[in-house]
Design a protein around this ligand. Structure first.
Ligand SMILES: [Zn+2]
Length: 338
């Protein structure tokens, strides 16, 4: 069993993308009203996007299941208003739900949250509950910076976020810490904002004591944890200088990293320094980097190859990375897999 814990619905029907643009235009014109009922998308339009892309790649690469959420850059929490964010998020989660219904053996849903800069995360709770209880989703994507690279909301360790964390623990669902687009031209979305945010989230968690308050809360930091594995000594040392416990005790029962690192040396580094129990297989396929690496003649995001090839894992440890760790981090996954 190979579970890819990080996939987005990046091949959504054009009508969905057009609807979002039209929604934002209504806001610009000062004339926002809910228009979701006007959007009509057929099952065939959904199949058209999935069959030749994510499904084809699952088959070609030999992965079994993808934990699937709305397009990350598309979340756009900094765009429009809190009301448009709510409507768009619900629509996007419903579209992912339809994918999971059409392909129940291949895709398992994770929701995005209707965040908006300056609005308390507790307002996301009803949508999280709906996604888990009604859509059968097993986790959420939590944007640590809904302002889109301006970082205007409190850090993840602030009590600002606590009501949402309480609900996540009640529902037994983890969050992938995942930013969206960037409205700051200094930060390229997937090349700089994503990687900086992954690193920033980890440092915020080092600085605080969040998991003393929430011992069962679980976060997955995507894209290999940003700069964290490469600078593992820096983070261990900073924690030590701050008088924090060893990272093993301070964070590593609660914080996990995915394998969306698009070269062999990166995965070799990660598997050497990060405990195996904290690494979850992921590719983010049909995502940020879609090309073929001329050095290997394989897609950069064909990450299974790097896990297979690294000398740092035993066969048993590979199984942990491919499936066992995901079952630990996403408790609702086991129930779904029967
Ligand atoms: Zn992603």
């Amino acid at each position: 069993m190979i579970i890819d814990c990080h996939g987005h619905y990046t091949t959504e029907p054009t009508a969905q993308i057009d609807w979002r643009q039209a929604q934002l235009k209504l806001v610009e014109a000062g004339d926002f009203k809910p228009t979701r009922a006007l959007l009509d998308i057929s099952d065939d339009a959904i199949r058209e996007g999935i069959n030749d892309n994510q499904l084809k790649q699952q088959r070609e690469r030999g992965t079994d299941k993808t934990i699937f959420s709305p397009r990350a850059v598309g979340m756009g929490h900094h765009l429009g208003t809190a009301d448009t964010s709510m409507e768009w998020t619900r629509l996007s989660n419903d579209m992912v739900h339809r994918v999971t219904q059409l392909y129940p053996d291949n895709f398992i849903g994770v929701c995005s949250l209707p965040q908006y800069p300056g609005v308390e995360p507790k307002y996301c709770i009803p949508e999280l509950e709906r996604a888990v209880n009604e859509l059968d989703f097993i986790g959420c994507n939590l944007n640590p910076d809904p302002s889109g690279a301006m970082w205007s909301d409190p850090p993840l360790t602030d009590k600002w976020w606590y009501p949402l964390y309480e609900k996540m623990c009640d529902l037994d669902v983890p969050a992938m810490i995942h930013v969206s687009g960037s409205c700051n031209p200094n930060f390229h979305p997937t090349g700089a904002h994503y990687i900086a945010a992954d690193t920033t989230a980890f440092m915020q968690l080092i600085s605080g004591d969040l998991f003393k308050d929430f011992p069962s809360l679980k976060f997955v930091i995507p894209h290999g944890g940003g700069a964290v594995p490469f600078h593992w000594g820096r983070y261990r040392g900073l924690a030590q200088d701050m008088g924090k416990p060893l990272l093993d005790d301070h964070l590593l029962n609660n914080v996990f990293f995915d394998t969306c690192v698009y070269h062999q040396a990166g995965i070799d580094c990660m598997t050497k320094v990060v405990p195996v129990k904290n690494i979850l297989f992921a590719s983010e396929m049909v995502g940020a980097v879609r090309g073929v690496d001329p050095e290997t003649e394989h897609n950069y995001d064909d990450t299974k190859r790097y896990i297979d090839a690294t000398p740092n894992l035993t066969a048993k440890q590979r199984d942990q990375v491919f499936a066992g760790n995901a079952l630990n981090v996403y408790p609702r996954l086991a129930a779904k897999l029967g």
